[in-house]
Design a protein. Sequence first.
Length: 401
Amino acid sequence: MVTQASPGHPVGVDGAGLIGLAVARQLAQSHRPVLVFEKEASVAQHQSGHNSGVVHAGIYYLPGSAKATLCRRGVDLLSAYCADRGLPWDARGKLVVARDEAETAKLREIGRRAAANGVPGVRWLDAAEIRELEPDITGQAALLSPTTAIADYPAIARSFAGDVTGLGGQVLTGTPVTAVHRRGDDVEVSTPSGTHRLSRLVICAGLQSDLLAAAAGDEAAPEIIPFRGEYLRLRPHARGRVRHLIYPVPDPAYPFLGVHLTPRIDGEADIGPNAVLALAREGYRRRDVSAAQLSRLARSTAFRRLARQNWRAGLREMRGSVSRRAFLAEARTYLPWLGPGDVIPAPAGVRAQAVDPDGSLVDDFRIHRTGPVTTVRNAPSPAATASLAIAERIVAELSLS
Ligand SMILES: Cc1cc2nc3c(=O)[nH]c(=O)nc-3n(C[C@H](O)[C@H](O)[C@H](O)COP(=O)(O)OP(=O)(O)OC[C@H]3O[C@@H](n4cnc5c(N)ncnc54)[C@H](O)[C@@H]3O)c2cc1C
């Protein structure tokens, strides 16, 4: 079945994670016919449903970057949205804790960025002030970001999907896009249940986005390299020891924020995520290995360069992955009381991290348009926080008449 070619062709969105659904919602609100294709049986089954659940305030990001501007705008939009829909939001605040002199110097730079990004209420704490606020944390200094919040991202995604369908759009779950063809100014996507002619296609396919972009005629680079993020969950007796979100000072060489302690909106509290190379794009368990992904990695110059430049950090993360003792030792540097009896394993997430041909990890959000096809090529954290702002930007740049 081919949908009729007409000026009223719908806009297609590939992927019903937070970004795809936010884009579809924005389109539906401006009365555009919109079709969302999602290969899984329900929304938010990948990154949007397997993350730390944090609404970042925007303290880390390079001022002027897409991450900085879209995170700040995204927080405002998302907090208003959750308030309007009665969705949970807990602004319990976060401490970024420096453990030594070197980290304290890096933390000062983060403080400058937070000020430049207009993050409200950020405050410097010395060791005594840390103890006063969180007696069970050790650190030399900390930044307190009082507006950092936790939210229920799967519930937000379901609510976005409800908005799309309520406004006349369709969210086709269980519908993988299997091929994409450019047809003049239009695009045609194939699914097992039929072919759809679209005026535009926005690919928000997370871990699969580079493959779909290439299928749609875009460049192969940057490639997505999947990094699993593993968590440990605090047992009930240990949950109440810390009230704020507690983060280490991140290594500026990597776009990951380091193993942190995050209370979750359902009352649980998780420690993680680490960042371990996943051998399958949706490889949530260590034993998940895909022959196709292994062969892609073996052929990838970007991956070879990445591995050559980062093998030390890679080995450190793998040690933390195979040994719970090593994982805990890392967390104990700021949570000194943490012992093996305080934790159980928790579900992992897999990050879609874009890597440029020179082997560098793409830090900022990257969105690329070629003809009628726009692809979200890199949308790591804080893209859940920024999802509504990313959608605003994508829709504004679609040049819809
Ligand atoms: C471990 C971890 C922790 C994180 N913590 C945070 C955090 O605390 N705060 C924050 O702001 N961000 C966080 N993030 C980042 C955030 O989760 C992501 O940036 C965000 O969810 C990306 O949304 P998305 O819609 O681009 O991708 P996804 O949620 O991955 O959605 C992509 C969708 O595309 C679908 N799809 C793929 N291929 C096809 C196909 N061929 N046909 C149809 N559908 C297809 C997939 O099934 C999937 O549903 C974290 C990420 C991870 C992995």
